[in-house]
Design a protein around this ligand. Structure first.
Ligand code: ADP
Ligand code: MG
Length: 700
């Protein structure tokens, strides 16, 4: 059943084929995709001020014309070249002059003069002048009148890229809402909507984009968060019900002899915590019910060996097994790790392969063929494993590494490639257990709560970004001893939004300065995959001393010789992210160091870093995160990204999750198959969100 919501965005006014391509790059194809893409921020421009009326010390918006614009170098701040300061004077018809300063945005010098610009920031009034430091800005079209979508109201801010500037976004969105929103069905029973005191769905969607006031925006969010939690819970609870009640899965045989054979492959003895997890898994695999287990363990706790155990046990039973990881770096790393394990036995005949994006076509074809004809036993893959052309001869076990990088939908999609295969999902996300359980409500839980022996806790340092000498000295010392390091930067390229050091810039500066003469390489998400891999390979082989990178290394990289990590502008990262990053060092027997460069003083950023200084325990960190972020503001950084949630934030919206879970359970209790007339819209929505796979996994 298609509706005008399923039309391509191309047919919307203000879009057309070329902008549609830019939308496609953001994974926005249909009108429905578009209206479900919510602003990353809202900017309250209900009050536009004239310069002379600008209030002091609170954010305000002004529209003015740039007169003088000048640029100068900012001196050799932090011993680095290339920093710049742009100063511009703005005037409006009030007769006031507003002086604005931007850092490291040299291109403004050419872009601003004589343009009408919207400026939003905090103003200072000194010596008869109005001043703003580093405000948000939007260069306005010269001819157009002030568009009512952009001013005099709360204005949505979208992720602008390419041809999609804010104006295009807003006009396309407004047009989509005006012409197609009426076709959106509210899947919730009106009685339920009323009982919960929710906005109607269409009203909520409109208010997410163009709220009339902050309260309306909050209410809209409350409705959509709940919906998202509700459908997630319906999907997983229904899948679980069917998995356990209806059809049997596969019953593996795992005896002491096999157990021994597998353990002998590891170059270490499993820790008691790993042992316990293995016992849970073995019990599940031997049972006729399909395993549905979540393995939670802090970074570096040794989940990979546990996964390897399960994979090898499945293969010994003549089944195929697949481990899916969020990046090709990680998939290849798993492949290598398993290869090393297997090389410890002369007569292991397990055939392993890799399936990732960007592989040479012939290689890829060969892997697909061997998966289909059963001559490949284990494949380490990225999400390319869920592609339609991937067919397994007999997939008996699915392992999903770093589940928090995937959605529940991908989990279903991979599982359906076997006949009710056993499922093990692994996560290092340090979220409190209660939270994990309510999100992964369909899974049994195993926790690895101790690190392998001999690990020294990583030493954490907090160093001023302005006086980083101590940090670089430590880095040089470690590298000169043959250890390796990471330098992590928040952004790849200079961006209009901030003056943060980009990885490329930092890389150039370090090469010429602090780390001159050492073997540095750059690694970031916009590099081609094979190039990323090559850098990682050289790093692992010891041919590179340090990697300057963006957040791509966040998950899973395992190089025991890497002992030091330095994070630029650490205040820009979330607590969970920083904790993950820290887990990349101190994986061997040597002391590890984690250095946060930041000038944040107080505020949430300061609290985050204090929490990291105080503890290295993932769970304690998660509790701190919960405390610091609390019920929070309107736009949160969704650092957990768990289960593909778009609007809901696991930490902040846990109450909604719990509530939605209860409702979902009650609905399924009354109508397990969702076939009652009033539940049909729910079923349609589930299939839309979680795909036909859900239907299949749910077994109905
Ligand atoms: P994660 O849980 O973050 O995926 P890994 O599985 O990558 O952790 O393990 C981290 C490091 O600890 C690896 O270098 C691995 O070889 C090592 N390791 C895992 N288990 C043990 C153990 N029982 N004893 C000693 N070292 C171990
Ligand atoms: Mg791992």
């Amino acid at each position: 059943m298609t509706t005008p919501l399923d039309d391509s965005v191309q047919y919307l006014k203000h879009v057309g084929p070329s902008r549609a391509e830019d939308f496609a790059r953001l994974d926005i194809h249909t009108v429905r995709d578009l209206i479900w893409t919510f602003p990353r921020d809202l900017s309250d421009r209900s009050n536009l001020f004239r310069i002379v009326d600008l209030p002091e010390d609170r954010p305000a918006t002004v529209v003015a014309t740039a007169l003088m614009v000048s640029e100068r170098p900012a001196g050799r701040r932090r011993g680095r070249a290339g920093m710049s300061i742009t100063t511009a004077e703005f005037a409006d018809d009030s007769g006031g002059i507003l002086e604005v300063v931007w850092f490291n945005q040299p291109w403004l010098k050419d872009k601003l003069p004589n343009r009408r610009v919207l400026i939003h920031g905090k103003v200072k009034h000194e010596r008869g002048r109005w001043q703003m430091d580093h405000p948000l800005y939007e260069i306005l079209p010269d001819d157009a009148p002030l568009h009512t979508l952009n001013f005099g109201r709360i204005v949505p801010i979208y992720p602008s890229t390419g041809s999609l500037n804010q104006g295009v976004w807003r006009r396309a969105m407004a047009h989509a809402l005006d012409t197609r929103l009426e076709f959106l069905e509210d899947p919730l029973d009106p009685a339920l909507v009323e009982e919960k005191g929710f906005m109607e769905l269409r009203e909520a969607i409109r208010a997410m984009h163009f709220p009339e006031n902050p309260e309306q925006a909050k209410e809209a969010r409350r409705r959509l968060v709940w919906d998202e939690c509700f459908f997630l819970q319906l999907a997983v609870l229904a899948a679980r019900r069917h998995a356990l009640l209806d059809l049997p899965g596969r019953q593996f045989t795992i005896g002491p002899e096999l157990d021994n054979r597998i353990r002998r492959l590891f170059p270490f003895k499993l820790t008691p915590a790993q042992d316990k997890a293995v016992r849970d898994i073995v019990r599940d695999m031997k049972s006729p019910l399909p395993m549905q287990r979540l393995l939670q363990g802090d970074v570096g706790s040794g989940k990979t060996a546990v996964a390897a155990y399960a994979l090898l046990a499945a293969v010994a039973n003549k089944a195929q097994a697949c481990i899916m990881a969020p990046t090709s770096l990680l998939a290849r790393q798993h492949h290598e790790t398993f290869g090393r394990f297997l090389s410890n036995s002369a007569n292991a005949r397990v055939r392993i392969g890799v399936l990732v994006g960007g592989m040479p076509a012939a290689e890829r074809r060969a892997v697909l063929e061997r998966l289909a004809n059963g001559t490949l036993d284990i494949v380490a893959a990225t999400h390319s494993a869920i592609g339609d052309n991937v067919v397994f001869h007999d997939l008996g076990l699915v392992v999903i590494d770093e589940q928090h990088k995937f959605g529940v939908r991908q989990r279903f999609e991979l599982s359906r490639k076997g006949v009710r295969p056993d499922l093990l999902v692994m996560t290092a996300t340090p979220i409190p257990r209660s939270l994990a359980l309510s999100v992964y409500g369909d899974l049994d839980l195993s926790v690895i709560d101790t690190l392998p022996p001999g690990r020294k806790p990583v030493k954490t340092l907090w160093v001023s970004q302005e006086r980083p000498a101590e940090a670089w000295e430590l880095m040089r010392r470690e590298l000169s001893r043959g250890r390796q390091g990471f330098i992590v930067c928040p952004l790849v390229e200079e961006s209009e939004d901030s003056d943060l050091n980009s990885a490329e810039q930092v890389f150039r500066e370090l090469q010429a300065g602090e780390l001159h003469g050492l073997r540095l390489e750059l690694l970031h998400g916009r590099m081609k995959r094979p190039d990323q891999q090559a850098v990682m390979d050289r790093f692992r082989d010891g041919a590179v001393d340090a990697i300057v990178s963006t957040i791509v290394i966040e998950v899973g990289v395992d190089v025991p010789n890497a002992t030091v990590m330095l994070v630029e502008h650490a205040e820009r990262f979330g607590l969970a992210q920083l904790h993950q990053l820290r887990g990349r060092v101190g994986r061997g027997v040597d002391q590890g160091y984690f250095v946060m460069l930041s000038d944040a003083k107080g505020g949430e950023a300061g609290e985050r870093m204090s929490a990291l200084m105080a503890s290295s325990d993932g769970f304690a960190i998660a509790e701190a995160d919960l405390r610091i972020r609390g019920p929070g503001d309107f736009t949160g950084t969704r650092q957990h990204g768990l289960s593909g949630l778009r609007v809901a934030d696991l930490v902040r919206d846990i109450d909604s999750m719990a509530d939605a879970r209860q409702t979902a359970a009650a609905v399924l209790e009354a109508d397990a198959e969702l076939v009652h007339r009033e539940h049909l819209p729910l079923r349609r929505e589930l299939v839309r969100l979680y795909g036909k796979q859900w239907d299949r996994v749910a077994g109905s």
